[in-house]
Ligand binder design. Sequence first.
Ligand SMILES: [Zn+2]
Length: 215
Amino acid sequence: MGKSSDGKASDGKGSMKSKIEPVSLTGASTEELLRELLVRLGEDPEREGLLRTPERMSRALQYLTKGYQEDPEELLKGAMFTVDYDEMVIVKDVEMFSLCEHHILPFFGKVHVAYIPKGKVIGLSKIPRLIDAFARRLQVQERLTTQIAECIQNAIKPEGVGVVIEARHLCMMMRGVEKQHSSAVTSSMLGSFREQQQTRDEFLALIRQKSSNGF
Ligand SMILES: [Zn+2]
């Protein structure tokens, strides 16, 4: 292993590579790369059902990673309002779909966001959009959770922010490993949500309320 039959040098791990791929992949279109991927998986990209798959897959991947084109902080600008209200604002059960960066397989679930304003609130409809901007990227659940919390913290400087994500990971469920861990809960607590147990408990109790109603 390690050398191709035509005698060209292959640098270590490239014994399979050198036979099939051109010297550089940068000239290949995304569709060409995906078509090649189908071949590598043992498929025939010429069969009817697969003919347009590279094109569709390319578009799907672009859509699922469109968060890279969005600036979450910019998104919140123009959606911040001055208020006297200083009780907890909570937006819960927001649907979330993301791709795990280790396997490029979906993880999905619900996001719960809460904060206690200190003079400013965010338009409620912006919270799901903010979640999307971070979720439509290659992610790990822990980082997604932290990024949402920190973005809100930086934008409106509230007393505190809490974010909880409950998600199921297809990379675990479909690959048949660690199925018992296929559902993961992550949280990020900042400010008063970190420092005051009462605030944290109130948030967690509000999240749980709905599931006991059967929703
Ligand atoms: Zn994964």
